[in-house]
Design a protein around this ligand. Structure first.
Ligand code: SF4
Ligand code: SF4
Ligand code: FES
Length: 258
């Protein structure tokens, strides 16, 4: 530790196994300075500094979108964005978390909503105010082409919105930055729903299976499973036949449950 660092209190409380020789670096959490190991993610460093997450933390694996974080590095005017569970700390990082961004979500009945640009304009009219600044894309921790899918939504190209937004984890960071006040993640979710409901060809075998379920074909089988003990369930699971990746023409040997 350098002379300069001695004047700061070193945070305690361990949530990580630290590699030998790990340096401590200063970060600022809500304006307060802490010395934390340089190898930690923002999430672990925050816990190392003594904070306990009650909100703003979910999966810890970059999936749930609960840990959106905004930060600046001392001397750099850029505002940066990331997921606290995925972003490693940097020296002189000033950070705060945005665990939830309030965004209006349109209320609609999908059975009465057409998969068209008109529906999008009616339910999310602010989409037309996009000024093409691309800030939403820069804010996205999932590297999604957010502005591209907003443009596709304006044209009613639901297939493109669905494809581009598929990895969205609904962290809300895009909406927190948009000068047009667009609710990107809710808009994209509605487009994916409409696309799946009206545009994607329905799989015949899936429809057949849903029909069988509705006709109670599997009720007895399910009740048997519900009444089975742990060992029986475990054996059934371990011995199950698995469909191979290249499953064209494949059928299970045991056809009694088809
Ligand atoms: S941040 Fe808003 S205005 Fe800017 S490109 Fe994205 S959607 Fe458009
Ligand atoms: S599109 Fe928006 S809400 Fe979705 S992951 Fe990217 S920044 Fe988060
Ligand atoms: S805690 Fe779920 S994405 Fe970070």
């Amino acid at each position: 530790m350098s002379e300069g660092q001695k004047e700061f209190k070193i945070a305690t409380g361990d949530r990580a196994i630290l590699p030998e020789g790990t340096r401590l670096v200063p970060i600022y959490i809500m304006g307060k300075r802490y010395m934390v190991p340089e190898t930690l993610t923002i999430q672990k460093a925050t816990e190392y500094a003594g904070y306990q997450f009650i909100r703003a933390c979910g999966c810890r694996g970059g999936i749930c979108g609960a840990c959106g974080t905004v930060y600046r590095i001392l001397g750099d005017y850029h505002l940066h964005f990331g997921l606290a569970c995925q972003t490693v700390v940097q020296e002189n990082m000033y950070l705060t978390q945005v665990p939830f961004f309030p965004a209006n979500r349109a209320v609609y009945n999908i059975e009465e909503t057409s998969a068209t640009a008109e529906s999008i304009m009616k339910l999310y009219p602010e989409v037309m105010k996009c000024v093409a600044c691309n800030t939403c894309t820069k804010a996205c921790p999932m590297d999604i082409e957010v502005m591209e899918y907003v443009n596709a939504a304006m044209r009613g190209d639901l297939a493109k919105v669905a494809r581009l937004s598929f990895d969205c984890i609904q962290c809300g960071l895009c909406s927190s930055r948009c000068p047009a006040q667009i609710q990107h993640f809710h808009l994209a979710q509605m487009c994916r729903r409409l696309y799946a409901r009206y545009k994607v060809p329905q799989a015949e075998h899936l429809q057949n299976r849903v029909g069988e379920i509705n006709e109670h074909k599997y009720d007895t089988l399910l009740l048997d499973l519900v009444g089975s003990d742990h060992d029986t369930l475990r054996k059934l699971y371990v011995d199950r036949e698995m469909e191979p990746q290249d499953s064209v023409g494949w059928e299970p040997q045991d056809k009694t449950k088809l």
